[in-house]
Ligand binder design. Structure first.
Ligand SMILES: [Zn+2]
Length: 1053
């Protein structure tokens, strides 16, 4: 059967229906079972003896054309997710339709409104779905089972042919849609590189006006001819494919001269540069770029560069300020960061920018206290939006005609101001009520959405738990920690008293729990027919937490002991997943999966295909990292469609095929948590913290997100954990502050005629409190005609974030080496282009020159190449670990990603030993270069990558420190002990330092690992392999990497 445990004894199935029983035994819980090794690092799956590699799975899978990686939405219409029509397509709320299971006696089961697949591309609104009352509307069944089943659960109905279907077949027919997906086509992408450079250069204007002519920068360009970006030209703008509401718009723009950013203040430095002959002496130039001498030192054969002089991000991520200074009304960089704040004014200029033109968006980023996102309720006025492009009113719209009209900053249409929203304007065009209008003064704002933004009552927060109770789940202690944690969170789940909850457990059978509030104990129902899953008692499996609180608590208290004696090794994960879907599909919500073994029974069972060293370096390598069975992608598509977000918690030390399981999280806006070789004694704090955060953080439900931008530019690809519902609408069944998404921008016009491009992120969601809301973030960026400006406004953090996602996506269709080369090539091309701008004029031929804004890019690029998803080959990361890291990094906000790539290394023994230094004063910003040369054998260091803490004990460090921190264990094998809390000053200080590290970012919990210098392989695994500046294995050290880049930049320069 392909299970790793197939040689173990299978125990007979539990009786079909057993009453739920209270804990029968008080036997102490076994937390040190023999099943799982204690060390993640020590474990290495044995490659299967004869692994067969099938043809790459899913390379033409049902979703491949429309999902994130590599997908370029067609150039059809953007906008209008909310055009007066229900914002979401109808069937996410409707009952499951033909292709899915039906509840046997549901009165709605016959409301089969699934359209023929082609209907969804008509672009015509169809009737809204029947709104279903929440919960409990399905008549109960008379008995649990067995009983005649409806012709149900076919996941492969003709309309959802997973072999050949387009994603659109899974998208319910649109009600909101002016989109016309049938007109989609895929555009070539990425922007031309290489060959086009020469052409591009031909049209390039002098890049650095201060040098090339006497004209000051601010007047070097064609003068502005208009004061307003879009003078009254009604109809002068139309989206490329006119959406239905505006059919009559003439195409085309008024031709205009290329306009530069003459009005923006950053021309200062440029002006100062005028006439400067010696670049290094110029202040402006120093601000603008850096160079490092790399040529051979005269009189020496040593061609190595001064390693200490290499740039390092020891201050962590510093968000660039220039854009915010230009446009103070922009939303904050926590929410939106552009890879460059200078939007190229032409395609030829864009083609010379090699670092990805785009944005990283974290729509629900947490705001600092005192700077919360204001909530605006327009009441009966309705939300003020442009009637053509559906942009939300924002600080960049302008009021004219004495306040009676407003001009859209995105499409320049002149809109009427509704009577209720009218205010007089002063001589400067300022509304007199501006101070009371956050939507006109703040870059981030949240609108309360009226009824037309819903197609059903806002869903309640819903948490459904799918729990593996096979032997390893029990013996590792996972079950106990999980149950305790959920129980401790019950008071803090968002959305009380509407919150819904439910549980399902499985091993070789599936166990449902009746949680009806009238019961005292939950009632367990076991289904053992895995081929024909049905739901017993559909109305009592998901219950209102407040009403059924007692039953829920009783369940969680009994759960660990209930399965204490369970010796079942099988996992009917796939059938259990389908059952969970059937339970949840009426409402949507969050599905939390706790999986301990490789799915071994029923649909979705996975082979122990494992990791195979022979496949590395071949063209089949990537198949290891992609799901083998289309079942998982298909399920993910169904989950998303029904507003279900999936978080996967995986615990096994053996191969569990995270590549397949993670797919569920990837396409549903979820997240993968991985605790390899979970052992309660070691990992419980981490699981407890992360599960608690997952359950209690503020969550946006049943969401969709769109990023609008001004005419001439368009977002063409999206990268992260989500599913694309239409060309540019991201379906996010659940979102929270820990999720970010990247998008790439393309120019649609050969030449942009505007001086500013505006972006607007709109996230339509249901809050836990049951309101429909729209979080809107607006930002502006200048259009530039000059490549130098693009570099000056570059944001390394955003670039690294985008490149990481592109590189990780590349590992799913290419070799690891190809992905690393991709990163390197991007940097080389960018630096070469930059060099061509400046090197000759400045006689910097023998030097590596790079823009100040990108000085950390080489190091982050190196770190990315050495990160878990991309590093080395077979022996450099466990396959599951690699896949998990890939899924995780695809969703990380910028700051968190940068910290993972270039972690913090701090020396701590001074603080611990010195009694005059308080732990509160310990400076966590004194970061050290990530090289073994930073490590003094007499000292202690702490390494923090945001996911774990490592304490490194130098071999010559004072034994007093080790004794103070570890007591009599100080001489023991560090893999066997954990850091105790001891009653002494040193221990208290260290605890405080941990606290500081953990508080700086609570999204994950950093488990602490102790490492003694020289103790291998522990030291290598936890620390040395993460010192990214060192040469390790086949990978370069920082200095060598820098030299390599330099040489490649010079080639064909
Ligand atoms: Zn507009």
């Amino acid at each position: 059967m392909g299970t790793e445990n197939s040689n173990r004894q299978n125990y007979p199935l539990r009786p079909a229906t057993i009453p739920f029983s209270t804990p029968q035994s008080s036997t102490p819980f076994l937390s040190s079972g023999p099943v799982i090794g204690s060390q993640a690092s020590a474990f290495r799956p044995v490659p299967p003896a004869s692994s067969q590699f099938p043809t790459p799975p899913l390379s033409a899978g049902p979703l491949a054309g429309s999902e994130a990686p590599g997908f370029r939405p067609p150039s059809s219409v953007r906008s209008n997710e909310l055009v007066g029509q229900p914002p979401l397509t109808q069937s996410p709320y409707g009952p499951p339709t033909t292709g899915l299971q039906r509840f046997p006696t549901s009165p709605l089961a016959s409301t089969d409104h699934l359209q023929h697949p082609q209907a969804s591309v008509s672009g015509l609104p169809v009737a809204p779905p029947p709104t279903r009352p929440q919960g409990g509307s399905v008549p109960s069944q008379a008995s649990f089972f067995p009983q005649p089943q409806p012709p149900s659960i076919s996941m492969r109905s003709p309309s959802q042919n997973i072999k050949t279907g387009q994603f659109n077949t899974n998208i319910p027919p649109s009600t909101d849609q002016p989109f016309s997906p049938s007109r989609q086509h895929v555009q070539p992408f990425p922007p031309p590189m290489g060959p086009s450079q020469a052409t591009a250069r031909g049209t390039f204007q002098p890049a650095f006006p201060g040098y090339s002519s006497a004209q000051p920068y601010s007047s070097a360009q064609v003068p502005l001819v208009r004061s307003a970006p879009f003078p009254s030209q009604p109809g002068g703008y139309a989206p490329p494919l006119p959406p239905a509401p505006f059919p009559g718009q003439p195409r085309g723009y008024m031709p205009g001269p290329p306009v530069t950013t003459s009005s923006v203040p950053y021309s200062r430095d440029q002006v100062q540069l005028q006439g400067t002959a010696q670049p290094i002496a110029s202040r402006g130039l120093v601000e603008d770029f850096n160079s490092l001498s790399l040529g051979s030192v005269p009189g020496s054969l040593d061609t190595r560069l001064d390693v200490k002089a290499l740039p390092r991000p020891l201050d962590g991520d510093v968000e660039p300020k220039s854009l915010a200074e230009m446009y103070p009304l922009n939303c904050g960089p926590r929410v939106l960061r552009l890879t460059t704040g200078g939007i190229p004014n032409s395609q030829s200029l864009a083609s010379r920018w090699h670092l990805g033109l785009g944005a990283v968006v974290c729509p629900l980023a947490e705001s600092p206290i005192g700077d919360e996102v204001p909530i605006v309720n327009f009441g009966t006025t309705g939300i003020i939006r442009c009637r053509r492009c559906r942009t939300y009113v924002n600080p960049y719209v302008t009021f004219t005609d004495h306040g009676r009209k407003w001009r859209c900053n995105i499409c320049s249409l002149l809109n009427d101001v509704p009577g209720d929203y009218f205010a007089h304007v002063d001589a400067n065009g300022r509304r007199v009520d501006l101070d009371q209008r956050p939507e006109l003064t703040k870059g981030s704002v949240e609108f309360i959405a009226p009824a037309e933004y819903m197609v059903r009552p806002p869903m309640p927060p819903l948490y459904f738990f799918l729990i593996d109770v096979s032997i390893s789940a029990v013996q590792s202690g996972m079950l106990e920690v999980m149950a305790q944690t959920i129980k401790s969170c019950l008071d803090n789940l968002p959305g009380s008293p509407r919150t819904q909850i439910g549980f399902l457990t499985y091993d070789s059978t599936i166990h449902f729990y009746n949680m009806k509030s009238s019961l005292v104990q939950p009632q367990m129902m076991v289904v053992s027919d895995l081929d024909d899953i049905f739901i017993p008692l559909p109305e009592d499996l998901l219950v209102n937490l407040s009403e059924s609180r007692i039953v829920v608590e009783a369940f969680l208290e009994s759960l660990p002991s209930m399965f204490q004696e369970n010796m079942n090794v099988e996992s009917a994960f796939g059938p259990a997943l389908k059952a969970a879907f059937m339970v949840m599909s009426q409402l949507g919500g969050k599905l939390l999966i706790f999986q301990n073994t490789l799915p071994s029974l029923g649909v979705g069972r996975l082979r122990l295909r494992g990791d195979d060293i022979r496949v590395y370096g071949t063209d089949k390598e990537h198949t290891l990292r992609t799901p083998e069975d289309p079942f998982y992608k298909q399920m993910a598509a169904d989950f998303t469609k029904y507003q279900i977000a999936v978080n996967v918690y995986a615990f096994s030390g053996k191969y569990t095929d995270i590549a397949s399981l993670g797919t569920l999280a990837k396409y549903t806006g979820g997240q993968v948590y991985y605790y390899p070789s979970f052992l309660s004694v070691v990992h419980k704090d981490k699981l407890r913290h992360e599960l608690t955060r997952d359950l209690t953080r503020e969550t946006a439900w049943e969401s969709v997100m769109r990023i609008r931008c001004g005419k001439g530019v368009r977002f063409t690809s999206f990268h992260g954990n989500f599913m694309l519902r239409s060309t540019d609408l991201l379906a996010l069944p659940a979102v929270d502050c820990d999720k970010a998404y990247a998008a790439q921008l393309s120019l649609e016009e050969t030449l942009l005629t505007t001086q500013t491009v505006y972006f607007q992120v709109a996230l339509l969601y249901t809050s836990s409190s049951g309101e429909r809301r729209i979080r809107v973030h607006t930002a502006a960026a200048p259009v530039v005609a000059d490549l130098g400006e693009m570099y000056r406004l570059a944001d390394t953090g955003a670039i690294v974030s985008l490149l990481s996602r592109l590189a990780i996506e590349k590992t799913l269709s290419n070799k690891l080496e190809d992905a690393r080369n991709f990163v390197q090539l991007k940097i080389v091309k960018a630096f070469r282009e930059y060099r061509n701008l400046y090197a000759v004029q400045h006689r910097l031929v023998g030097r590596m020159i790079y823009p100040e804004t990108l000085k950390f890019l080489p190091l982050y690029g190196l770190a990315l190449s050495k990160s878990t998803p991309l590093r080395g080959g077979y022996s450099d990361a466990q396959l599951d670990e690699r896949c998990e890291a890939g899924y995780t990094m695809m969703a990380l906000p910028v700051k968190k990603l940068l910290k993972l790539l270039y972690p913090t290394l701090l020396r701590i023994d001074d603080c611990l030993v010195n009694s005059s230094v308080e732990a509160d004063d310990f400076d966590v910003s004194k970061r050290l270069p990530l090289t073994s040369e930073s490590l003094d054998t007499r000292s202690l260091y702490i390494f923090d990558d945001g996911f774990r803490l490592v304490i490194w004990f130098g071999i010559s460090a004072s034994p007093d420190i080790a004794r103070g921190l570890l007591g009599e264990d100080f001489g023991a094998d560090f893999s066997k002990i954990s850091l105790p809390r001891r009653d002494n000053e040193m221990s208290r200080k260290l605890t405080k330092i941990f606290q500081k590290c953990r508080e700086s970012d609570p999204s994950y919990y950093q488990l602490c690992h102790l490492v003694r210098q020289g103790e291998q392989p522990r030291e290598g695994y936890f620390l040395l392999s993460n010192l990214v500046e060192d040469q390790a294995g086949g990978a370069s050290g920082y200095a060598d990497w820098f030299m390599q880049l330099h040489r490649q930049v010079q080639q064909n320069a």
